[in-house]
Design a protein around this ligand. Structure first.
Ligand SMILES: [Zn+2]
Length: 513
């Protein structure tokens, strides 16, 4: 009896141990599978980020390229069995619009760039993607195979080549084609609508650049990438088409946070009945809008181009293997909205003396790009764009001017024949004496020479150009000095700051006005 009892007890105990062991084993296996699959899905973006330099299209090095710069990049792919290249129409000014098809999968993805002529970041990234798709034996062969077997990608790079020629947002007709989806008075809009009708893509990527001066939410950080899952109605409803767009964005946001923490935002999802994004979503294509914004120290957006490359390919991967459905759509709303303006420079708490009185003010200064040489180049022309209490706003660069008085600089009494004479001056010595302006003689014709700026950190006045009067304030060119008592501490020339105690020569952004 006792023996039997003991036998049952031991058996029961063994059973229990076995059960615990088996359940633990299951738990372990499940954990292992989850961890492994997570590691794989996390791994691809990192690997893409690293490999980008290998596949960067080296002929595109800055933003102001034209259609003539990308035509050879398309032409050299003619006859490559990877692609099918098709002329799909022409711009108002007669430039051909071409579509590059790659892949043979069921899921159709239409990607277009630069419908705004001065928004070229994703065009650069598209050519990096083509180079990448042509690669071999670099550890990405399985990814390429999966991608091109499951998706068919239709790229239309630089949809607005006339605008790109002038480096302007609008088309040759002066129309914003992202407000022309309904009326379609531009041939470029007709082409895009035609492609959406003909291809009936499952997914669309509407690739733009936004002002580099939006903050992400209320933070001081600029929004480097902003997303939008466009709304197809005023009620901001979410059908499965739009839900997938939110899921894709949630996935891309997670990836980007590692590289640009806190610098991803989303556009307000107000419905725009004339916008392509909104209408394409309405017509049944899951539409993702990507806006490349700003990144401090990257004026030519070469780092943002790399982020585009990584984010777009990672999103295509999520489409190819359908893993986008794992993302929670509500996380979309956790991404902060595009916030306030971040100025290029904020001067805080400067003492302003005016009409015998004094008060404190902050200055918000922007370094605006001005095109020249057929919009192939630009110089900066900087203005004081806000004045007063700017405490809720931020600057990409800030100076604490507490205890410093702002004054306009003086005009140096000697005049100079040309800019090269000006460049020989000891700028530091002049600035320390409070001279910010140097005047040219009447026979000096810098305009004819195409000279609008100088690397000498001085504000050069052409003959006849009046020096500003009064205290520097709203709307003025951002040239002034900041003094502590009688000593000039900082000179600001054309919106660029020179610390006179730590003066570095030869890197100025002076202006010829
Ligand atoms: Zn745009």
């Amino acid at each position: 009896m006792l023996r039997k009892f003991l036998y049952i007890a031991i058996t029961k105990r063994l059973c229990m141990i076995m059960r615990i062991f088996i359940s633990q084993l299951f738990f372990f296996l499940i954990t292992l599978t989850t961890v492994t699959s997570q590691a794989q899905s996390e791994e691809l973006p990192n690997r893409l980020f690293k490999v980008h330099d290998t596949y960067r299209e080296t002929t595109l090095t800055q933003r102001r390229f034209k259609q003539k710069d990308i035509l050879p990049l398309i032409a050299k792919r003619q006859g490559n069995p990877l692609y099918k290249i098709e002329t799909v129409g022409e711009s108002f000014e007669g430039r051909t619009l071409q579509m590059i098809k790659v892949g043979n999968g069921k899921k159709k993805v239409l990607l277009w760039t630069q419908m705004h002529g001065d928004e070229p970041t994703a065009t650069m990234a598209s050519f990096d993607i083509f180079n990448f798709l042509e690669g071999k034996n670099d550890g990405f062969d399985d990814f390429r195979k999966e991608l091109l077997e499951n998706t068919t990608l239709y790229f239309v790079p630089m949809l607005n080549p006339d605008g790109a020629e002038r480096y302007q947002r609008r088309t040759m007709q002066g129309v914003d084609m992202n407000r022309d989806a309904a009326s379609r008075q531009t041939p470029e809009a007709v082409v895009l609508k035609g492609l959406v009708d003909k291809l009936k893509p499952d997914y669309g990527f509407n690739l733009h650049d936004q002002s580099p001066r939006y903050s992400a939410g209320r933070s001081a950080k600029v929004a480097t990438i902003s997303f939008l899952a466009t709304s197809y109605d005023y009620e901001l409803n979410i059908n499965p088409v739009r839900e997938r767009s939110m899921q894709l964005i949630v996935g891309m946001n997670k990836i980007l946070q590692k590289y640009i923490p806190g610098q991803v935002a989303r556009y307000s999802d107000d419905h725009e009945p004339r916008g392509f994004g909104d209408n394409v979503q309405k017509w049944g294509t899951t539409l993702v809008l990507i806006e490349s914004g700003g990144y401090v120290g990257d004026p030519e957006k070469q780092y943002i181009r790399k982020l585009n490359f990584m984010a777009i390919l990672s999103a295509l991967d999520k489409i190819a293997d359908n893993s986008l459905t794992k993302e929670k759509r509500d996380d979309y709303y956790k991404i902060p909205e595009n916030g306030r303006w971040v100025y290029d420079l904020v001067v805080r708490n400067a003492t302003v003396k005016q009409s015998g009185k004094s008060f404190l003010a902050d200055l918000g200064i922007n370094r605006n790009e001005v095109s020249y040489s057929n919009a192939t180049k630009f110089f900066y022309y900087s203005k004081i764009e806000d004045f007063g209490d700017l405490h809720p706003q931020f600057g990409s660069q800030e100076i604490d001017a507490t205890g410093l008085t702002i004054e306009k600089g003086k005009v140096y009494p000697t005049t100079y024949k040309n800019v090269s004479e000006v460049s020989k001056l000891n700028a530091l010595s002049l600035l320390k004496q409070g001279y910010t302006y140097v005047r040219l003689t009447p026979d000096s014709n810098t305009r004819a020479l195409g000279l609008y700026f100088t690397t000498t950190p001085l504000h050069v006045l052409r003959s006849g150009q009046a020096a500003p009067s009064g205290t520097p304030g709203l709307g003025n060119t951002a040239t002034f000095i900041l003094k502590k008592g009688a000593v000039v501490k900082y000179a600001v020339i054309n919106g660029f700051v020179y610390d006179l105690d730590n003066f570095a020569t030869g890197e100025g952004n002076g202006i010829i006005e």
